[in-house]
Design a protein around this ligand. Structure first.
Ligand code: GDP
Ligand code: GDP
Length: 455
């Protein structure tokens, strides 16, 4: 399953709506990145499932054009990078502006790459605007595929997605295997697990550098200390118990920043990027500082992104000396951060190098769960047993019946449950189903349950 996902790149001059389209495609709302002044996003990746197919979308925009002279070459550079890496390219243009010289120029460059090309004519917000937009001009680029869209309102976007999926002939994600093997123990022998991408995040001073140094050895920060480095995160390869981990961390770099109050926002931006590429995130907390909004904000992002998460409570050496117990800490944290209640919590001392490698072992187990396929018969047996134990509520005089469940995606595991009238389900009953699914499969990763009305 770890075949690389095809990359679909969004290319175009500034302000045509690339990042709006990116967010729309990635199923996200406003990217936090944009809230931080002065941050130039060079790339923005998202892994998405479209129509049961997995792809990565990359938004190549986000730079501030240095000058009008530089604009052309910057857009071209971005476009070149995109075509080198991408399986398909979407040239985004502004339908209101019509075709500009810069659009044409980029189109020429793209055409030479010989990759599937699409034009998204953006800001076509209504059927009426569509009449005013010179679509013929855009067809004149010779890409064949021209789609009028409104990134802001979602209009036409699914047509674009359908066309890309079709053109790339993407295979659907493999269905859940039918044989009833032990789902909670997806063994290595059956499933070749590739490199595990682990992102280390946390607010400043929780001990990220110390932690990463303990994992990797002291010498590695030499590179990142080079002044003027523009890298957002550093990837390092670690082998542990026969597994390879690509550890992405954002520590160390900010040390060279001089403007103290910018530190926090920068670390959030970088954490976001590091997370985007990871399947599993280790979020470090400081046991000695009951904290804080920043922790909650980071963890909220992880939850929103649906990544596997291990909460690493660092500086436990100090907390322990002061008499804290793990049980107490666990309870406190669950109370404050209920939205990451699914995540396991480990207590470590990066400074004393205690417990550090357990984080890798946990990450490996989480990734197995995250990628696991659950057999349909077993899912349905469970669904039936749960309803026998607690029938679903009665709404509008009819009992809600859950008929059938199947896993439709993994990473995170996503299940669709067909019901007669799912709108009659209470939150309480939904939680019951979710909790029992978790318990039955030993799931400590995020999961998604979608209730659908059976046609
Ligand atoms: P980028 O520089 O290409 O990434 O462009 P942005 O996504 O930042 O969008 C530039 C501007 O166009 C923003 O003000 C968006 O709100 C606006 N915009 C983007 N998509 C649409 C759209 O579909 N319709 C309209 N009316 N405005 C849009
Ligand atoms: P970062 O900003 O998240 O990279 O944090 P650092 O790794 O720079 O650590 C911040 C401070 O916490 C440093 O003074 C570290 O020595 C200290 N520190 C980090 N981990 C531990 C730990 O496990 N125990 C103790 N007692 N101190 C730690």
């Amino acid at each position: 399953m770890t075949a690389p996902r095809p990359v679909v790149a969004l290319v175009g001059r500034p302000n045509v709506g690339k990042s709006t389209l990116f967010n729309r495609l990635a199923g996200r709302r406003v990217a936090i990145v944009e809230d931080v002044p002065g941050v130039t996003r060079d790339r923005n990746y998202a892994d998405v499932i479209w129509e049961g197919r997995a792809v990565s979308v990359v938004d190549t925009g986000g730079f501030e054009p240095e000058s009008r002279d530089r604009l052309m070459s910057q857009v071209r550079e971005q476009a070149q990078l995109a075509v080198d890496e991408a399986s398909a390219v979407v040239l985004v243009v502004d339908g209101r502006d019509g075709l500009t010289a810069l659009d044409r120029n980029v189109a020429d460059l793209l055409r030479r790459a010989g990759k599937p090309l699409f034009v998204a004519v953006n800001k076509v917000d209504t059927a009426r605007t569509e009449e005013d937009v010179p679509l013929a001009e855009f067809y004149g680029l010779g890409f064949g595929e021209v789609h009028a869209v409104s990134a802001e309102h979602g209009r036409g976007v699914s047509g674009l997605v359908d066309a890309i999926v079709e053109k790339l002939a993407l295979p659907p994600l493999p269905p859940a295997p039918e044989e009833a093997d032990e789902p909670q123990e997806v063994s290595e022998a059956e499933r070749p697990v590739g490199d595990i991408r682990l992102a280390i995040v946390g607010r400043p001073n929780v001990g990220k550098s110390t932690f990463v140094n303990a994992l990797l050895g002291e010498e590695r920060f030499v590179v990142s200390d080079v002044p003027g480095t523009t890298r957002d995160a550093i990837d390092s390869l670690v082998a542990h118990k026969g597994r390879r981990f690509v550890v992405t961390d954002t520590a160390g770099i900010r040390r060279k920043r001089s403007i103290a109050q910018k530190v926090e926002s920068f670390s959030v931006v970088r954490a976001m990027k590091a997370m985007d590429q990871a399947e599993v995130v280790a979020c470090l907390l400081d046991a000695t500082e009951a904290g804080v909004e920043q922790d909650a904000r980071l963890l909220g992002l992880v939850a929103e992104k649906g990544k596997a998460l291990v909460i690493v409570v660092n500086k436990w050496d100090i907390a322990e000396r002061e008499g804290a117990t793990q049980d107490w800490y666990r309870k406190e944290l669950t109370k404050r951060l209920p939205f990451v209640g699914f995540a396991p919590m480990l207590f470590v001392s990066a400074k004393e190098r205690r417990g550090v490698h357990r984080v890798l072992e946990k990450a490996a187990r989480l990734v197995e769960q995250y990628r696991a396929r659950f057999p349909t018969p077993q899912l349905n047996e469970l669904l039936e047993a749960l309803q026998d134990e607690h029938p679903a509520p009665i709404a509008r005089g009819r009992r809600v019946k859950l008929y059938y469940v199947a896993q439709v995606a993994y990473a995170p595991p996503t299940f669709v449950i067909q019901a007669n009238h799912p709108d009659g389900l209470t939150d309480h009953y939904r939680r019951y189903i979710e909790n029992r699914f978790r318990a039955a499969f030993g799931l400590e990763v995020p999961m998604r349950l979608v209730f659908k009305e059976r046609q």
